[in-house]
Design a protein around this ligand. Structure first.
Ligand SMILES: [Zn+2]
Length: 214
């Protein structure tokens, strides 16, 4: 038995934590008193506690990363469900975050689009084929007149020239997308514009123009 120096109660040694440096190999105060002290200390010194925690986190970065990775691998379904629930509950915030992220990470999006195209060439080919057929379907019978053809050729030549002079890939783009969510544009000269590749990638099929194109 040992008497706690904090509460003065005599308790069995099992009620004390071990401390190699202690006279009898145990701490002076009992577990209960130690815990009370720790809780009070934490409440009184939030900044210091955070500091200690952060220090520990940065010293154990690798083991923490490994633990997190393993945990995610072991609980794939749980994480999936959690993510789905979170998105469902916070739809507006998630959408706002995504659209901001897309604006801020044009280069990353370009890069990942390239990567996925290289990974799934069939998918990309399918998309291109669909795009070509949409283009044909969106070319009205009265288009293709001399002026229309001339301006289209000019636009493609100009895009090529801009690519060469700026070193940044430029595309001829449809101002009103051919396959927009709200409206579909036509493959005619006054629906064309020249955009840099990253601008074009970030534009997607969003129809934002308020002008009316014939
Ligand atoms: Zn005590």
């Amino acid at each position: 038995m040992k008497t706690c120096t904090k509460c003065g109660v005599e308790k069995p040694f099992s009620s004390f934590r071990k401390q190699a440096a202690g006279r009898d190999g145990y701490r002076a105060s009992c577990k209960e008193c130690c815990d009370k002290y720790q809780i009070k200390y934490n409440a009184d010194n939030p900044a210091r506690v955070r500091e200690i925690k952060n220090g520990w986190a940065s010293r154990n970065k690798e083991s923490r990363a490994a633990y997190g990775k393993q945990h995610r691998a072991d609980n794939v379904d749980w994480y999936k469900q959690y993510h789905q629930d979170y998105v469902a509950k916070n739809k507006a915030a998630v959408m706002a975050y995504r659209s901001q992220w897309q604006k801020d990470n044009k280069d990353k999006r370009c890069e990942s689009a390239k990567k996925s195209a290289a990974k799934n060439p069939e998918k990309r080919n399918l998309r291109c084929a669909k795009r070509r057929s949409d283009k044909l379907n969106r070319t009205p019978c009265w288009a293709g007149g001399e002026l229309d053809v001339l301006i289209k050729q000019e636009a493609f030549a100009k895009a090529r020239q801009m690519t060469i002079s700026t070193g940044i890939q430029h595309h001829v783009d449809h101002i009103v997308p051919l396959r927009g969510d709200v409206v579909s544009g036509l493959h005619i000269w006054n629906n064309l514009q020249i955009l840099s590749a990253s601008d074009n990638a970030s534009k997607g099929n969003n129809f934002t123009s308020t002008e009316v194109y014939a």
